[in-house]
Write a protein that binds this ligand. Structure first.
Ligand SMILES: [Zn+2]
Length: 438
C-alpha cells in the first residue's frame, strides 16, 4: 500500500558478502522502503514468484521497475582515484615518474583556475555516477577551490583530499610546508570525516608536513591516503632522498618512512603496494593499514597501464591485511570498476595465481571498500536496512546458473567489447535514480 512507501526492482540480482560468497537471484526482486528522511533502504531481496505472493497488493505501476535481462549489483567503491587526472588517463605511459612530469602535473596545474575546476567537477562527478561508483577515496589537486568543487559535486560515501606537494614538484604545483599544513588543517576542520588527508607520496611531501598533518588527522579520526611502492625506481628515489634527511638515516624501507611520520594506521589507505618485503607487510599489518590495489593502472603498457607489476593479494591476505580495488584514474585508464574487476581476474589468471575469482573481484570493488571506510553498516552491498545504492547493467549472455558464471559471462565473454566505461544503464542512490543512460 502507498503508506508503506515500497518500491520493487525486478532483475537478476547479485549481493556480494565476502571473497567466497555472493548471494544470487536469477529472477529476483529488490524491495526498498522510503524512510522518514526521504532515503530508500533495502527491505529484502526475494525471488519474483515469492514477491508476487507476498507483495501482490503493493505492486503498482509507479513502484514496480522491471529490468528483464539485466543485472542489479551494489554500486561501487573506488578506493583510489584522482579526479583531476581524467584528461590524462590514456596518455602514453613509459614510466610513472616521466608520465607524471609530462602529462599529469600540467593537467593538474590547469585546476589553478577556479572556473575551470568548477566546470570540470560538474562533468567528472556526473561521469562517475554513470559508471556506478558511489563510494571510495579520491585525490584532488593542491588547490583549495578544486577540493571545494569536488566536495560540492560528489555523491555517496566518497572521501576527497587535496594533495600536499612541498618538494620535488614543478614550481607551479609546489606549496611551502607552512602553506600545505595550514590548508590541510583548515580543510580537515571544515569537511571533517568527508576529508582524507593526502600527502601525494613521500617523494613530494616533506616529512615534517606529513607528521604535523597526520597528528591532527589521527587525533580527529580522519582518514589518510598516499602511494606506496608502486615502482622500483620510485622506491630507489624515495630511499636516496630520505637517507639525507635528519631522523631518517637508519630507515630501512619505504613503509617505515610513512610509519615514522604517523601516516600508517587503521584509517590509512596505501595505494598500489606492489613491491613490499615481508617486514613491510608485517608493519602494515601491525598498524592495521589498508591497501588499495589498482590492477588497470599497474597493467602492462599494451593494456594502457603503467606496467608497474602485479599486487600479491595472496601474500597480503595471508598477513590478514585488508585491501580493496581502485581505478587509479589517471594512472589507470578506465573509470569503470567493471574494467578494474576484469583486469584483476585476467592478470592473476595469466600469472597462474589461483582464487582470483569474479566473486572476489566484486566483493573487493564494493563491500570491502565500505568495510575499510567503516560505512558497511549503511552501504557496500544490498544487505537489509542499508541504503538502496545499486546499479543496473545489461546482460547479453544469459546462460548462467550462479553468481560466478554470471559475472564471467558479463566480464569475460564480452571481451570483444573494448571497455565498460559506458556500460551501466542506471545508478540509484538512496533509491533515487541519479543516472540513466539515454
Ligand atoms: Zn594514484
Amino acid at each position: 500500500m502507498a503508506t508503506r512507501k515500497l518500491s520493487f526492482y525486478r532483475a537478476t540480482i547479485l549481493n556480494p558478502l565476502n571473497d567466497k560468497e555472493c548471494e544470487f537471484w536469477k529472477d529476483g526482486v529488490l524491495v526498498t522502503q522510503k524512510g522518514s528522511d526521504g532515503h530508500h533502504r533495502i527491505l529484502e531481496i526475494v525471488e519474483y514468484h515469492h514477491a508476487c505472493e507476498k507483495y501482490v497488493e503493493d505492486f503498482g505501476a509507479s513502484n514496480l521497475y522491471e529490468f528483464p535481462g539485466k543485472l542489479i549489483i551494489p554500486s561501487f567503491f573506488d578506493m583510489h582515484f584522482h579526479w583531476v587526472q581524467d584528461d590524462v588517463r590514456t596518455m602514453p605511459k613509459d614510466s610513472l615518474l616521466t608520465w607524471l612530469e609530462k602529462y599529469t602535473f600540467p593537467a593538474e596545474h590547469r585546476f589553478s583556475s577556479k572556473s575551470y575546476a568548477q566546470r570540470k567537477a560538474k562533468v567528472f562527478f556526473k561521469k562517475l555516477l554513470s559508471t556506478g561508483t558511489l563510494g571510495g577515496a579520491c585525490y584532488s589537486s593542491i588547490h583549495e577551490h578544486a577540493l571545494e568543487a569536488a566536495m560540492k559535486e560528489v555523491k555517496g560515501d566518497v572521501l576527497v583530499g587535496n594533495v600536499l606537494m612541498t618538494m620535488n614538484s614543478p614550481d607551479n604545483l609546489t606549496q611551502s610546508p607552512k602553506e600545505a599544513q595550514s590548508l590541510a588543517l583548515k580543510l580537515m576542520k571544515k569537511f571533517k570525516h568527508r576529508y582524507v588527508l593526502t600527502p601525494r607520496f613521500a617523494i613530494s611531501t616533506d616529512p615534517v608536513t606529513m607528521k604535523e598533518t597526520s597528528r591532527f588527522a589521527n587525533k580527529n579520526k580522519i582518514f589518510k591516503q598516499s602511494h606506496l611502492s608502486e615502482t622500483t625506481s620510485e622506491i630507489d628515489f624515495v630511499m636516496s632522498l630520505y637517507k639525507e634527511k635528519a631522523g631518517f638515516k637508519s630507515v630501512k624501507n619505504y613503509t617505515e618512512i610513512y610509519h615514522k611520520v604517523g601516516m600508517l594506521g587503521p584509517r590509512s589507505l596505501m595505494g598500489h603496494a606492489i613491491h613490499l618485503s615481508s617486514k613491510e607487510l608485517d608493519l602494515l599489518k601491525k598498524t592495521k593499514t589498508s591497501l588499495v590495489h589498482c590492477p588497470t593502472s599497474n597493467a602492462p603498457h599494451k593494456e594502457l597501464g603503467l606496467g608497474s607489476g602485479l599486487f600479491d593479494f595472496k601474500k597480503v591476505e595471508q598477513k590478514k591485511i585488508s585491501w580493496a580495488l581502485g581505478s587509479d584514474i589517471g594512472g589507470g585508464p578506465f573509470l569503470s570498476m567493471l574494467d578494474v574487476m576484469q583486469s584483476f581476474v585476467r592478470q592473476n589468471k595469466k600469472a597462474k595465481k589461483k582464487n582470483a575469482t569474479y566473486i572476489k573481484a566484486l566483493y573487493r570493488a564494493t563491500l570491502a571498500g565500505a568495510e575499510i571506510l567503516g560505512v558497511d553498516k549503511k552501504s557496500g552491498n544490498l544487505g537489509k536496512g542499508k541504503e538502496a545504492n545499486f546499479i543496473v547493467i545489461p546482460l547479453k549472455d544469459k546462460r548462467f546458473k550462479d553468481a560466478e558464471t554470471c559475472l564471467f559471462k558479463l566480464l569475460s565473454a564480452e571481451k570483444k567489447r573494448v571497455r565498460f566505461d559506458d556500460y551501466v544503464e542506471a545508478t540509484f542512490y538512496r533509491g533515487l535514480q541519479v543516472f540513466k543512460r539515454s
